[in-house]
Design a protein around this ligand. Structure first.
Ligand SMILES: Nc1nc2c(c(=O)[nH]1)N[C@@H](CN(C=O)c1ccc(C(=O)N[C@@H](CCC(=O)O)C(=O)O)cc1)CN2
Length: 302
């Protein structure tokens, strides 16, 4: 009998099309925005703050502004120089907190080094914190409450997982990376779904061995090609959150954190990069903004 390190598959794993899924969410959001406008003569507004001139952040902010307007919401973009002081930034946040036309506030990360990120994030009104980074919203997720805002990338991953797998209860999930933007909130969300959750990080002794046990693998390590096919349990669902810009002979392109063709050969389903989790991040931002706006507009006494 022939022996293989891995079971031989006849077909590669399914590609999870995050771009198409995100487009569907945005179509539904646009319908709900139009309905809100028809019933209350108000539209949701999202303020985006960009400090400095990081080229990737600039692209993400442009995309957020474009998509906000495409679903019929109002967009308020605040582009500030890299030398902006903490006091000036806090002043802007206070102004936006008090502005009735602004239902969501997003501070694009990363910020220049002289800014105390925690202090600025915690100055945002938690009811307008559509990124879910305010300590109140972090705490709500931490204790399994569902009345806070969930960070957009993990929320997008969860939506894709639910669509793919249905009930996640009892599944073994491994989250690779423990950032505040992705890994930690992702782990909390999966716990809330009754998964058994392992979070690996830089000091984990054998990440590959942990990953081989997983029904669900979420990779947010910022390390191109980190996860190999041999790490994946056959049939597992793999969500690749990595966005790494590579410059090679073929030019400049974006790759994720998994060795894609190897992993796809073993996995049951995998998200591509680009076109997987990335587009879900912005769709979930608009989802959170609609929720924030509804809470205000539908409860307003006229
Ligand atoms: N305040 C925040 N800052 C940052 C967040 C966040 O959720 N809130 N996440 C990332 C960047 N990000 C949104 O801000 C983001 C990243 C990637 C994409 C995306 O659609 N990616 C495409 C590929 C894009 C490319 O070619 O470069 C894809 O994966 O298909 C959207 C949003 C850090 N900062």
């Amino acid at each position: 009998m022939e022996h293989h390190d891995m079971p031989v598959r006849t077909a590669p794993g399914k590609l999870i099309d995050g771009r198409a899924f995100a487009a569907g969410i945005c179509t539904e959001i646009a319908r709900e925005v139009s309905d809100l406008h028809a019933r209350h003569d108000r539209v949701p507004g999202l303020a985006v703050i960009l400090v400095g001139d990081d080229p990737a952040s600039d692209i993400y902010v442009r995309s957020k502004v474009r998509r906000t307007m495409a679903v019929g919401m109002r967009s308020f973009a605040h582009r500030l120089p890299a030398a902006t002081s903490q006091v000036a930034l806090l002043d802007l946040v206070a102004t936006l907190n008090a502005d009735g036309d602004v239902h969501g506030i997003l501070l694009q990360l990363p910020l220049p080094g002289h800014i105390d990120v925690k202090a600025v994030l915690d100055a945002i009104d938690p009811a307008k914190d559509v990124d879910g980074f305010h300590i109140v919203n972090v705490g709500k997720l931490g204790v399994g409450r569902d009345d806070g805002f969930i960070p957009c990338t993990p929320l997008g991953c969860l939506m894709l997982l639910r669509a793919e797998l249905g009930d996640l209860s009892g599944l073994h999930a491994v989250v690779i990376g423990c950032s505040n933007i992705v890994g930690r909130p992702m782990a909390q969300l999966l716990l809330r779904e009754n998964c058994t959750v392992v979070v690996t990080h830089i000091n984990t002794r054998d990440v590959a061995a942990e990953t081989r046990r997983a029904d669900i693998v979420i990779v947010a390590a910022g390390h191109p090609g980190l996860v190999r096919g041999s790490w994946i349990r056959p049939g597992a669902t793999v969500i690749d959150v990595g966005i790494n810009r590579i410059h090679d002979d073929a030019g400049s392109h974006v790759v994720g954190d998994v060795a894609f063709s190897e992993v796809r050969a073993v996995a049951g389903a995998v998200t591509p990069v680009p076109g997987g989790v990335g587009p879900m991040t912005i769709a979930c931002l608009l989802h959170n903004t609609l929720r924030a706006a509804r809470a205000v507009i539908e409860n307003a006494k006229t």
